[in-house]
Design a protein around this ligand. Structure first.
Ligand code: PRP
Length: 214
């Protein structure tokens, strides 16, 4: 391992559960039990590597501005944030899900301008523009699945994994916007200055991803 200090920003929650085994397979293990700790910054078995554990939507910001050298972020978050500010060298093939439109079950297509509730407003705006559809976007930060039944929106754009959340709220998936998985992102300046250390880590993670797929 080369000697540059590296900070890696991890996404907490479901993505973290799949990230830690992959990192362990790549030889990076946090010094504390992340799940049981209230800390946000963790030492690892590697003296030069620290792990931050934060909200997914904040990972691109920490990486773009260089407070973290690398990050693990869902493609949904990357698409919404915009991918200009960092590199995206590796698909970790974890936390796979779909970004979809969803509507009340069996409802016939509506005419006119749809009201769409989502937290992915930039992505949804691009998607509907590509489809040539005029919509009105309503930004929500959670519990989107309630919006149609309460008359706030005609449809939603959200992450679908098992589909159980939609089902439990009387909705069904309609259009696939894109498939999602978690990616490694890298600060552009760090990639130059700490190139050797970052390439080593990305190579080890790539090998771990390939081993997991085999
Ligand atoms: C996502 C999404 C749905 C749910 C879908 O939320 O917003 O609510 O998962 O999963 P399912 O298809 O397996 O039911 P998540 O739990 O990631 O939390 P969030 O609302 O903070 O994004």
């Amino acid at each position: 391992m080369s000697t540059s200090n590296l900070v890696i920003a991890l996404t907490k929650g479901r993505i973290l559960e799949e990230t830690l085994p992959l990192f362990a397979a790549a030889g990076i293990v946090p010094a504390d039990d992340i799940a049981k700790s209230r800390k946000l910054l963790f030492d690892t078995n590697l003296e030069q590597v620290k792990l931050m554990v934060i909200r997914g939507s904040d990972v691109p910001t920490y990486v773009e501005f260089g407070s973290a050298d690398l990050g693990v972020a869902g493609k949904d978050v990357i698409l919404e944030y915009g991918s200009e500010g960092f590199y995206e060298p590796l698909d970790l093939q974890i936390a796979k899900c779909r970004l979809m439109t969803a509507e009340p079950k069996r409802r016939k297509p509506l005419q006119g301008r749809l009201r769409v509730a989502t937290k992915f407003t930039h992505t949804a705006k691009r998607y509907f523009a590509e489809q040539g559809k005029q919509i009105e976007l309503i930004k929500l930060n959670g519990a989107l699945e309630l919006a149609p039944s309460l008359g706030l929106a005609d449809s939603i754009v959200d992450i679908v994994d098992t589909g159980k959340t939609l089902e439990a709220n009387g909705l069904e998936p309609r259009e696939l916007i894109t498939t999602i998985s978690s990616r490694i992102i890298v600060n552009k300046a760090s990639m130059k200055i700490k190139n050797r250390a970052i390439r080593e880590i990305v190579a080890k993670l790539r090998a771990a991803v390939e081993a997991a797929a085999a």
